[in-house]
Design a binder for this molecule. Sequence first.
Ligand code: MG
Length: 338
Amino acid sequence: MELVDDDDVSGWGECVALEYPGYLPETIDTALFALQNWLAPALVQYEFSHPAEIADMLDKSARGWHFAKASLEMAAWDLAAKKTGKPLAKLLGGTQKKVAAGLVLGMQETPRILLKKAFAAKDEGYRRLKIKITAGKDLEYLHFLRKNLGDDFDLAADANSAYSKTDFHHLQRFDPLSLSMIEQPLGWDDHVDHAELQKIIKTPICLDESICSPAACRTMLTLGSGRVVNLKPGRVGGLRNALKIHDFCRKNQIPLWVGGMLESGIGRAFNVALASLPGFTLPGDLSPPGQYLERDLVVPPWQIDQQGFVMVPATKPGIGVDIDQNYLAKMTVGNWCF
Ligand code: MG
């Protein structure tokens, strides 16, 4: 189950969750609670012929809880792929044999330390670098990287809502950097201020946190609150909604890529399968989980090739990787049966 996000919020407590499903900020604890009490019991009573039916059914059982719903819905896609003997990418409609990978670099003590990590990533083959930024750790760092990496290198910034309307003039100063995008500079659920900002900056705004549903994607296009979409299947409730967003972006020629949320190799397998669809035109945050996990849950571990691509599993039914069952058993903290 993939529930961790770098944009997480704190919970209110389980008793409130029981009374007000749909209005509680989703955290690991509350998502588990929703899974145990509402979503898994609803799913086991439901007979489905195709996993694409599950998202609507879960939405009727409780509003919100996108990450919790995604963990069930995506598992059902894997199950369906295995039952039909197809790789998940094929079941989803994937056409790309390999997908380009980018790397996210967190904030560093100095621009020089950041540059050292950027050079290492470039040498490993990554096709895009996304730098986490905040006020005071932004322009100086990005200018230093751009100067040393060259004008042609795909450099992007992710603000995770670090700025507000008072920073518009400051954000205009990013334009000469020729960033491929600036991700979610303003409020995590905002469209209106982003639309205002996009009118006065050249750098394309990529919406991440604000894209929580297909409807949010339509809002982005209508208001002009962004020009690029970072799609995370967990954040939108699973693969059915991710496919809807993919189709919408493709139809409207909106550049699209798959984001990362510190998944294990299991979650990464779903993201790679999704990224194989034809509308994913930009490198995804698909670095091997070995970058941030002591040990991954899958064998063999995910890798990128020297050109910065991840191969899409093309023959093995389902997600295309094996779960290391012994290690999973060792790390398991609880089991629930329904
Ligand atoms: Mg982001």
